[in-house]
Write a protein that binds this ligand. Structure first.
Ligand SMILES: [Zn+2]
Ligand SMILES: [Zn+2]
Length: 351
C-alpha cells in the first residue's frame, strides 16, 4: 500500500504546487532534526524523511501525476533516490530564507524580539480624519557615539577569522550528508573588523536602550482595536533591519456620534410641535453644522440619511460613509396650563 503523500504534507489532492511547497517548507522547518530535543531526534528524523519523500513526489509535476494515477511504491523509491538533488536545492532555498539559518546551528545569533507593541488612544474625530502625533517609545536604538560599530574613535583591526570578509564557510550536517554554506562570521558579527577599543557609550554593544520620539500618522478611517504597523520603528538590531512598531488604537467615544464601520449615527430629540408642524433644525456633523428640514408629521423613529457625512473609508479615503440621524419625538412630561389647554383643544379635533 502506497503512502498517502498528501496526508503527510497536510495538503489536499487538488492543492496548487505553491500550496504544497509552502506546506512542505513549514513541515520541514518544524521537523528538522537539528531542532529536536535529544529524546525526539529519532522521531523527527523519521518524520523529516517522510516529509521529504512525499515532497519529492508531489513537488514534481510528472511524479505527482504518476502518483495520482496510482503508480507502485517501488517506482517512487526510485524516483526518490534520483530526486535527491531536488531536495538539496530546496534545502538551500530554505536556508536562504530569512532567519531559517539562525534556527539551527549556532552560527547565527538568536534573533531578539525586534517588534514592539504599544497602545495609542486617539479621539473619535482623530480616528475619522487621521492625526499626526509624536510618541515616546522605549526601544533599542543604534548607538550614535560609534554609529553602531561598537568601536571607540572608529578604530578597528581586521577580523582574523574571516579575513575581513564578514562571512565564513561552514558545513552543516543533515540527514542527507554535509551541506556547505556561508554564514555570518561569529567573531566579528559579520562586520569583518573588530574594534580596537570598545565604544565607551555602549560598551561595544552597538545598541542602546532608551526613550525615543517616534512620529506617527494614523490613516483616515482607522477604528477602535485596529493595529497600525509602523515599519522600521521597532527595536534596532546589530546587522539587521529594525523591527516594526505595532500600535493598537483605542478610540475614545464621541459625545454625540456612534460609529458602525464608516457610518455614524446620532439621535436628534425634537419636540412634539416640531414633529407635528415641521421645522428646520441645525445639527452637528463631524466637520460642521448643517440645517436639516423636518417635514410636517415626522414620526419618532424616522431616520434621516446624510450622504458622505460619515467617516472616510480606511482603504480609500475618497469615499465616505453616511451620517444617520434618528429622530426622537419627545412627549412632554409636564405641561403648562396654556399648553394643557391647547392639547385639550387638539383632543377635540381627534377623530
Ligand atoms: Zn569575522
Ligand atoms: Zn557605541
Amino acid at each position: 500500500m502506497a503512502k498517502d503523500y498528501y496526508k503527510i504534507l497536510e495538503v489536499n489532492k487538488n492543492d496548487s504546487p505553491e500550496t504544497i511547497k509552502k506546506s512542505y517548507k513549514k513541515l520541514a522547518l518544524k521537523y528538522h532534526p537539528d531542532r529536536a530535543d535529544d529524546h525526539k531526534k529519532k522521531e523527527f528524523e523519521e518524520k523529516f524523511k517522510e516529509i521529504n519523500e512525499a515532497y519529492n513526489i508531489l513537488g514534481n509535476e510528472t511524479k505527482r501525476r504518476q502518483y495520482d494515477a496510482g503508480g507502485t511504491n517501488n517506482q517512487f523509491r526510485q524516483a526518490q533516490s534520483s530526486g535527491r538533488q531536488n531536495f538539496s536545492d530546496i534545502f538551500e532555498d530554505l536556508l536562504r530564507e530569512s532567519n531559517f539559518g539562525s534556527q539551527f546551528g549556532n552560527y547565527e545569533e538568536e534573533t531578539p524580539e525586534l517588534d514592539l507593541h504599544y497602545g495609542l488612544t486617539i479621539t473619535f474625530t482623530e480616528a475619522a480624519f487621521g492625526v499626526e502625533k509624536e510618541i515616546l517609545i522605549k526601544k533599542d536604538v543604534q548607538c550614535d557615539s560609534c554609529n553602531g560599530t561598537g568601536a571607540q574613535d572608529n578604530k578597528f583591526d581586521t577580523c582574523k577569522k574571516c579575513n575581513g570578509h564578514g562571512r565564513i564557510e561552514i558545513e552543516q550536517r543533515t540527514p542527507w550528508g554535509l551541506i556547505r554554506r556561508t554564514a555570518k562570521c561569529n567573531e566579528c558579527e559579520g562586520q569583518g573588523k573588530i574594534p580596537k577599543n570598545k565604544c565607551r557609550t555602549c560598551g561595544g554593544e552597538r545598541i542602546l536602550n532608551r526613550k525615543e520620539k517616534v512620529k506617527i500618522k494614523t490613516p483616515k478611517g482607522i477604528d477602535n482595536n485596529q493595529t497600525l504597523r509602523i515599519p522600521n520603528a521597532g527595536n534596532a538590531a546589530k546587522n539587521k533591519r529594525n523591527g516594526d512598531l505595532f500600535l493598537t488604537i483605542k478610540v475614545t467615544p464621541h459625545k454625540i456620534f456612534k460609529r458602525e464601520r464608516f457610518d455614524i449615527y446620532m439621535e436628534l430629540p425634537i419636540t412634539f410641535s416640531q414633529a407635528a408642524l415641521g421645522c428646520e433644525i441645525s445639527i452637528p456633523t463631524l466637520t460642521d453644522n448643517i440645517k436639516i428640514k423636518i417635514t410636517k408629521g415626522t414620526e419618532s423613529g424616522s431616520v434621516f440619511r446624510l450622504r458622505n457625512k460619515g467617516i472616510p473609508y480606511l482603504d480609500d479615503p475618497n469615499y465616505l460613509g453616511d451620517q444617520y440621524v434618528n429622530i426622537v419625538v419627545k412627549t412632554p412630561k409636564k405641561l403648562t396650563r396654556a399648553q394643557a389647554k391647547l392639547f385639550e383643544e387638539l383632543k377635540k379635533l381627534d377623530k
